[in-house]
Every structure is written in structure tokens, then in C-alpha cells.
Design a binder for this molecule. Structure first.
Ligand SMILES: *Cc1c(COP(=O)(O)O)cnc(C)c1O
Length: 347
């Protein structure tokens, strides 16, 4: 059990943001209806907005990215035996309570990327399990996560993976929980990325800062099927327009400022570099993975020094410290990290 914290700065995750006064105000005045009857106008507004943003035909407001990803997998995988290819570190594989096995009855063929950052079309090609042989569970889905660990998979690689998937008649799902960050960091339209996948999940409660929610987008037919699994998983959440209202404000007010998070992540990387510590993967967006083990950095000690200054960091691993920057983190927080690190190394 992690202790409840009211520390001013919390770097453990970008899920830790709290709704802003504007979001709460929008929730108070949201026009709502019953989502199971498909009658919530604010949810419709959010879904329509996501349709425009992603260039997909339809969208579905879900309770979480886990729910959205699991619905996507199940919808793409109607009839076992089947299998999915993804990055070995993918959220859908490692951090969703074994949902792929339980809900989709699927085999998983994970790839440890050789470049250490993202899987390549070439690696995916080598993993594809063919159909037509009763020994096998054929590949029916390729899952991409972007960003993964805060690093960006280049758009060219997504394009290559989609071309391969088309050639082999395999679907592609993008876990774009943090695709907002990709767009902010590269100054590109979301459509540019989502055109290379069949379905996409976008998280609203990470860097975007809404209190709850995620959206799944894809073809009309896909979303019609997905609605069934959303209900089945207990996702019929009635007057959830209050949450959609907060999400719309979050997108409008937080997303345009997101590159500030990325600048601060870079500054954190520089603070560690100043004392000789490196990061494990590129700091492309809002996450910094500090190589603690390689640098002989005492994570517990640093965590304690941070706490003294009102800063909470993730100290669960002695090997790596993951800093996640979000809109409650300002420049002062970065200075405090510098102070804490100095104090850790000084005594
Ligand atoms: C956080 C995260 C999820 C799960 O999000 P929840 O809303 O907490 O279920 C899924 N995928 C990625 C890439 C994430 O970072």
C-alpha cells in the first residue's frame, strides 16, 4: 500500500493529476443522458471530437485504457485459436491483469526490440504465425504502443508495420494512451499516426489530465461490436457525460501546453547528466528513465531526500527511476530534484 500523499509534486505517474477548476465547472453543467441507451449528448460530443481527430469512423468512450485496449483485442479476435504480436514491455501484455488470456483467449508472441526502443516491421515479420496449420495459433493482431516508456516509435515504422499487416491480412491496434504526447512532441496531426492502424486507444486520464476515461476509435462496424464488450465488462456507465465534459475541457486546455512537460523532462535528464547519470531510453516526451543501477545511484536515499523537499518519486526499483512529468509539475519541481540529487550524493 502506497502512502497517501499531499506532497506538492508527484512524479510517479501522469495519472496522478487532479481535475482543474475549469474541468469541475464543466462537470457541474454537463448535459447528460443514459449512455447505455446511447443518449448522452456530452459523450456524443467527445466521441465526435475524437472521430475528427483520429480520422476514424466511430469512437467509444470507455472507463479506462485497460478497458479500451481489452475491448479492442477482443473485438479484433473473435474466434480462437489466434495470437497477437506486441512489444515485450507493452501495457496490454504486462499490466492489464492477464486480460489477453482471460478475455480474448489469445496466445501472445512478444518481441524484445533489438534497438531497445521500438519493435520494427522486420522483427514483426519474423514473429508472424501463419494460418492453415492445426499446430499453430495464427497471428490476427499486431499491437503497437506509442509512446512506450515515453519514447516515440517513428511514423515510418508504423507505416511499414501496417503495410506488412495488410499483406498478411492482420489487424493493427495502437495503444496510443500517450499519443497526445507524440503529437505534441512532433508537432503533427493525430491523423498522420492513426491512419496507419485499424483501431486506436487514447487515454484521457494520463497527461491530458481528465479524472477518468479513455476513448477507442475504429471503423463503425468495429465500434458497434466493441459496444457489446464494453457493456459485458461492466462499462455501461449511464450518465458518464459528466466525465466526458471534464475530458473535453482537459483536451482543450491541457493538450496545447503539453510540450512544456516534455521540456521539463529534458531538464530532468540534464540534471542527472550533470552528475554523470544516463537514461535508458530516449527522452522524447514526458518520461525520464534514469539508469540507477548502472550509475550506482541509491534510489531509496534519493527518494528520502526528495520527500524532505515535498517531492514524491517512484522508488520501487533499485535499477531504474521513472520520472513522469505532467501539468502539475513546474520548473521549481525540477530544481528540487537537482537539490535532492546533490544532497544524496553529498552525504
Ligand atoms: C496507463 C496505460 C494504460 C492503462 O490505462 P488505465 O486507464 O490506467 O487503465 C494502457 N496503456 C498504456 C500505454 C498506458 O500507459
Amino acid at each position: 500500500m502506497v502512502e497517501q500523499t499531499n506532497a506538492p509534486y508527484d512524479f510517479r505517474s501522469d495519472t496522478l493529476t487532479k481535475p482543474t477548476p475549469e474541468m469541475l465547472e464543466a462537470m457541474l453543467h454537463a448535459e447528460v443522458g443514459d449512455d447505455v441507451y446511447d443518449e448522452d449528448p456530452t459523450i456524443h460530443k467527445l466521441e465526435k471530437y475524437i472521430v475528427e481527430l483520429t480520422g476514424k469512423e466511430a469512437a467509444l468512450f470507455c472507463a479506462s485504457s485497460t478497458m479500451s485496449n481489452q475491448i479492442a483485442a477482443r473485438t479484433h479476435l473473435p474466434k480462437p485459436p489466434h495470437s497477437i504480436i506486441c512489444d515485450d514491455r507493452a501495457h496490454i501484455f504486462r499490466f492489464e491483469a492477464g486480460g489477453l488470456a482471460i478475455i480474448s483467449q489469445t496466445m501472445v508472441y512478444p518481441i524484445t526490440p533489438k534497438n531497445g526502443v521500438y519493435i520494427t516491421a522486420e522483427e514483426v515479420r519474423a514473429k508472424i504465425v501463419p494460418a492453415g496449420d492445426p499446430h499453430f495459433s495464427p497471428t490476427r493482431l499486431i499491437e503497437i504502443e506509442n509512446t512506450l516508456g515515453g519514447s516515440i516509435m517513428p511514423i515510418e515504422e508504423m507505416e511499414k508495420i501496417k503495410a506488412l499487416a495488410n499483406e498478411k491480412q492482420i489487424k493493427v491496434h495502437l495503444d496510443g494512451a500517450r499519443l497526445w504526447n507524440v503529437c505534441a512532441a512532433t508537432n503533427t496531426e493525430m491523423k498522420a499516426w492513426t491512419q496507419h492502424v485499424d483501431s486506436v486507444n487514447l487515454c484521457l486520464s494520463k497527461g491530458i489530465g481528465a479524472p477518468v476515461g479513455a476513448v477507442l476509435a475504429g471503423t463503425k462496424e468495429f465500434i458497434e461490436d466493441a459496444k457489446f464488450y464494453k457493456k459485458l465488462m461492466g462499462g455501461g456507465w449511464r450518465q458518464a457525460g459528466v466525465l466526458a465534459a471534464a475530458a473535453l475541457v482537459a483536451i482543450e486546455t491541457i493538450w496545447p501546453k503539453m510540450s512544456q512537460d516534455h521540456d521539463r523532462a529534458k531538464k530532468i535528464e540534464q540534471v542527472f547528466a550533470k552528475y554523470g547519470f544516463s537514461t535508458l531510453i530516449p527522452v522524447d516526451t514526458n518520461m525520464v528513465m534514469v539508469n540507477a543501477k548502472g550509475g550506482n545511484l541509491d534510489v531509496a536515499k534519493l527518494s528520502l531526500e526528495c520527500k524532505k523537499l515535498g517531492v514524491i518519486i517512484r522508488d520501487s526499483s533499485p535499477d531504474v527511476i521513472r520520472f513522469v512529468v505532467h501539468h502539475h509539475i513546474d520548473d521549481k519541481a525540477v530544481d528540487l530534484i537537482d537539490q535532492a540529487l546533490k544532497a544524496t550524493l553529498d552525504n
